[in-house]
Design a protein around this ligand. Sequence first.
Ligand SMILES: *Cc1c(COP(=O)(O)O)cnc(C)c1O
Length: 354
Amino acid sequence: MALSDNFRKVTPYVPGEQPKIRNIIKLNTNENPYPPAPGVQKALADLKDDFAELRKYPAPNCDLLEEAIGKYYGISRENLFVGVGSDDVLSMAFLTFFGSDKPVLFPDITYSFYDVWAEVYRIPYKQIPLDENFEIHAEDYRMENGGIVIANPNAPTGVAKSRDWMEAFLKEHRDTVVIVDEAYVDFGGESCLSLIDQFDNLLVVQTFSKSRALAGLRIGMAFGCKELIRYLKDVKFSVNSYTMNMPSLLLGAASIEDDAYFRSRVDQIIATRERVKLQLKSLGFEIPDSKTNFLFVSHPKKHAEEIFAALREEGIIVRHFKKPRIDNYLRISIGTDEEMDRLVNAMAKIIQNA
Ligand SMILES: *Cc1c(COP(=O)(O)O)cnc(C)c1O
């Protein structure tokens, strides 16, 4: 018998690269191109004076951060769970709610971590194909299941469903937990947060990583009915009580306090996205409507992989997924206006030679 016979074996999720090259335009991981709220910088500076506080364990119930988030969204802490980025929140939710031997359902083209968590936790799952326009159809989900995960807006396509559509969908699925991953909802999507009172099986997951420009801090959260949140916390406290570190709790709370800054940056990113979408369309790109901080593009005359390589030559990094059905697409994060101007110019040059 080999030593590794008893090991848990998985194929890990591969995050977008974080190149060390300077002056590169990095449009490959949907980071926010703008800095976090100024209040975060101030809280970080204040931390220096409290540096000795680091010898203590952080607040296990994440009081400061939970109170700030609860106040902002107008919900009680009993309906709120925070974690180390929404990846941690989603992973805990998979572990907590998907204990059935029936398959958990999610689209074939979606966030590519879902099947990884299902594999690592030994959760059976079934991927339901999106249609050729990357749309979800409710009738495809009418089967026995152990839960459902919908990214809304979806990644990497950017396509969103309305709240009304989600509500009708939830009405069909009251017996298993439905996770709605709203990582990009602040960029123009419609949140299901207001539906948590109506559906005791709905878990809405959001993150500070994209719209709040805090991917480096790792803060995510889930909203759900009291009972769901209690189960989620029980599992979390059975794995690791102190997931959220003290600086994250402080800085995260500072970030949520500055709503004017948050809204102006989000509006700026949306405006840039819409402008760049039109410019790329006029170069012949095909792009589904996006409610996120990225565009999912393909060109009838040049393969995505060639465009990817040509952009790299120009110092611009985007994301290409070597996966069935989407290998002729590129996912381009929305950067600053200057960065996007350089992208559009590079694209014009690349397409001219196609
Ligand atoms: C970015 C992303 C996440 C994870 O973000 P965190 O940084 O872990 O909060 C989750 N779901 C989707 C669809 C994402 O794109």
